[in-house]
Each structure stands twice: as C-alpha cells, then as structure tokens.
Write a protein that binds this ligand. Structure first.
Ligand code: IMP
Length: 185
C-alpha cells in the first residue's frame, strides 16, 4: 500500500520511484557507460535545470576519466504541458569538436528537446554523441529520437522530484513522484 502522498495546488502526487531504486539504476547505467567508453575521455553534458541531480549521482559512479559541462534550454515555462518551442538560454563552455559527447537529460517526453539538441550538436562536429536519460515517457514521443541509455520508462503522466520541477519547485525531493489524480493505485 502506498501512503506517501504529496498535495501540490490541488493535485495529488504519489511516490513512484523511491530513492534506493533510483540510485541502484544509476549505478547500473554508470557501469554500462564506463564500459562503453573505457578507451575514451567523454564529455558529459547536462541539460539544466532538471538534469543537475541525476548528473551528479551518475558522475559519482562513472569509473573512467570524464569531463563535465552544462547548458540550458527553455521549453515548458511554468506549465505542465510542453509549449512546443525550445530556446538555448545558457550556452556550452566546452568545445565538443572531435569529442565523444554524452548528453544527460532528466526526462524525455515529446522528444522535442533531444531533437533540437541533436540538430544543434551536428554543427559542433563531435566524434560521437549519445543520450542518457533517467526517465522516458514512450507514449508521449512525438519526434523520432535515439536514446542510448534509459533509466526508467514511465507512463505519460507528470512527475516531480529528483531534479524535476513543477513551477520550479520540488526538484529537491530525493524520490520521484507521479501525478495520481487519475487513479494510479
Ligand atoms: P520534451 O522536449 O517534450 O522531451 O521535454 C523535455 C523537458 O520537459 C525535460 O527536460 C523537462 O524539463 C520537461 N518535462 C517533461 N516531462 C516532465 C515531467 O513529467 N515533469 C517535469 N518536467 C518535465
């Protein structure tokens, strides 16, 4: 029985992926990535703000040499629904030219952000580019995108916590909570 509810502006969220499960899955992902890049020094590039916690926990478990950078896109504003537009609002510091790039995302929903990122990075001429996302909503995908490492596939419902926000809040929750107004459990 779940009794770990959170009420936000009249919406009910329920704990969906607890912190141990998140950490265990991240260890598995980090092991797999470390093996795949054992002959390289990749640059992990986090998409702000959502990916900052996942990026930190992932990198703590990476066992090869690696570099880190971040950039920031804006797409959702303060809404729960995608506006369908993406803007770059903080640029990279690193030079991806000729490097192995690993894009680190918190969640892939419609795929619009990843599509935009794929096109953007083509101009930087990286040696390779892969994408790791903690969460993927397969039924929400509207764009054809290739996601190389996936933490968890989840239903098309709004989630918060572990870096993911609702109106910029709740990123600090160590577990992931799902909107449960429509009767999840
Ligand atoms: P996409 O471009 O539609 O794939 O959405 C990607 C971005 O939307 C993510 O990086 C998040 O910032 C945001 N997003 C998508 N779904 C959720 C959610 O359920 N909770 C919080 N943010 C979300």
């Amino acid at each position: 029985m779940h009794n770990n509810f959170l009420y936000v502006n009249g919406d009910r969220f329920i704990e969906f992926i607890d912190k141990e499960k998140i950490q265990n899955r991240i260890k598995e992902l980090a092991l797999e990535i470390s093996k795949d890049y054992k002959n390289s020094v990749p640059i992990f590039i986090g998409v702000l703000n959502g990916a900052f916690i996942f990026m930190a926990d992932l990198l703590k478990n990476i066992t090869i040499e690696a570099e880190v950078d971040f950039f920031k896109l804006s797409s959702y504003g303060d809404s729960k629904i995608s506006s369908g537009q993406v803007k770059m609002i903080k640029d990279l510091n690193c030079n991806p030219n000729g490097r192995d790039i690993i894009i680190v995302e918190d969640i892939v929903d419609t795929g619009l952000s990843i599509k935009y990122i794929e096109e953007l990075f083509q101009h930087y001429n990286p040696k390779s580019m892969k994408v790791v996302t903690l969460l993927l909503k397969p039924e929400s995908l509207k764009y054809e995108v290739k996601i190389d490492y996936i933490g968890f596939k989840i239903p098309s419902q709004f989630v918060i916590g572990y870096g993911l926000d609702y109106q910029q809040k709740y990123r600090n929750l160590p577990s992931i909570y799902i909107l449960s107004n429509d009767g999840v459990n």
